[in-house]
Ligand binder design. Structure first.
Ligand code: HEC
Length: 175
């Protein structure tokens, strides 16, 4: 019986090998040799853009603008960095704070997002997020609606946004 089990295990292993196991994922986003030979032109995606694509884009869209009740990031998100509570909020918003990636990756994707989609709105003295800042800020659980309202009011009062509509949430009725 033990011999039979061993033979079966060997046969299974052999069939897995002969079926051709897929090449181990390299972790790189540079196109492999076959893709390059095929003539397909694929620009390698920087790691931060890849982080955004796999963690954020499903809701916030490829170019930082989304439908329905999901806030548009493009041309807007940088305004939040103009006051301390707004800077904290960008890390504490649930899909950022609770994201499974490391503090360093969250800092990197936020810095990338701000520079790519909202550079013109950044605080004049904006300093990029660091991993340790993210580590500390993401511990807090905030009341998103109340915080956001408070921040928008404060930005408006400080003359940092042209009007309350600047950061208004889209209200698209789908049905
Ligand atoms: C499952 C959908 C979803 C995913 C995934 C998601 N978000 Fe969001 N995001 C939202 C929603 C909805 C809000 C509005 C606040 C809330 O209800 O949590 C929001 C708010 C935000 C805000 C605040 C914008 C504002 O105007 O208030 C930022 C910044 C943000 N998200 C960035 C990110 C980043 C960076 C990622 C990827 C790491 C991400 N989000 C992933 C749905 C998502």
């Amino acid at each position: 019986m033990r011999q039979f089990a061993a033979a079966l295990a060997l046969a299974l292993a052999a069939s897995i090998v002969s079926a051709g196991s897929p090449p181990a994922a390299s972790g790189s986003n540079v196109p492999d040799i076959e893709t390059r030979r095929s003539g397909l032109q694929l620009a390698p995606m920087p790691r931060t853009a890849q982080l955004y694509a796999t963690n954020c884009q499903g809701c916030h869209g490829e170019f930082g603008s989304s439908a329905a009740e999901i806030p548009t990031l493009a041309g807007r998100v940088g305004y939040f960095t103009r006051i301390p509570e707004g800077r904290r909020y960008l890390v504490q918003v649930p899909n950022v704070a609770l994201n499974a990636n490391s503090d360093a990756d969250i800092a990197a994707v936020l810095n990338w997002l701000l520079a790519t989609y909202s550079r013109a709105q950044l605080a004049a003295d904006f300093q990029p997020y660091t991993a340790s800042e993210v580590a500390e800020l993401r511990q807090a659980r905030i009341d998103v609606v109340a915080s956001r309202r408070r921040i928008v009011d404060a930005l408006l009062a400080a003359g940092q946004i042209p009007s309350a509509d600047t950061l208004a949430l889209p209200h698209i009725v789908l049905y």
